[in-house]
Design a protein. Structure first.
Length: 210
């Protein structure tokens, strides 16, 4: 496994993911689960954020405690499915700013087409977490990260729920400096570039549009 790829094996993440995959899971439960898994993944993906000493006063006395250094984080979902992961991320890091990148996959070429990009004005001062439930071919993730890199952020990390080996390989090759965090690595892509066994179209299942 690439050193820049982390596949989570936490029991809570795996349990929630098993329910997420089930085709009988309702849109409401699906949304809740995506948010909960994103929150658990955020906890692990922020483990190496820098800390600084801060002096505070407890009800008993003054003391020195640890706080995040700078607190300059940004969450950037790839629209539209990535929106489902934002609330879970913000529960863990409420001070994070949120940007948006809109991409859709051309059904003939299977390549991403960008239609929207709005990022925090001070993105160059922030550690960025790009979120998208599925990493299939890697095209959308590669393009989104390329767009963000043009604004020169401090760092970029990519979080997804399920990844295909092809997507991990493509994203790692295109952006070797970006750490990839996945709740699960699945078997393969099928001839329609859907992840197998996967969970279907994450956007449709989150928003109940299919």
């Amino acid at each position: 496994m690439n050193d820049n790829v982390t596949i989570f094996d936490h029991p809570l993440i795996q349990h929630k993911l098993s329910i997420l995959r089930d085709k009988r899971t309702s849109s409401k439960d699906f949304r809740d689960l995506v948010s909960e898994i994103a929150m658990l993944m955020c906890y692990e993906a922020t483990r190496d954020l820098p800390l600084q000493n801060v002096e505070i006063e407890t009800p008993i006395c003054k003391t020195t405690v640890k706080q995040l250094a700078g607190k300059k984080l940004a969450v950037v979902p790839i629209l539209r499915a990535g929106l489902g992961m934002v609330d879970g991320m913000l529960r863990m890091v409420p001070s994070a700013r949120v940007g948006h990148i809109g991409l859709y996959r051309d059904e003939k070429t299977m390549q991403p087409v960008e239609y929207f990009c709005k990022l925090p004005k001070d993105i160059e001062k922030r550690d960025v977490f790009v979120v998208d439930p599925m990493l299939a071919t890697g095209g959308s993730g590669i393009d989104a990260i390329s767009q963000i890199k043009q604004r020169h952020p401090k760092s970029i990390r990519f979080l997804c729920l399920i990844a295909a080996p092809e997507g991990i390989e493509a994203l790692s090759k295109a952006h070797p400096d970006v750490h990839i965090y996945c709740a699960a690595q699945d078997e393969k892509l099928n001839d329609k570039c859907y992840i197998v066994p996967g969970l279907g179209d994450a956007g449709d299942r989150i928003f109940g549009t299919k």
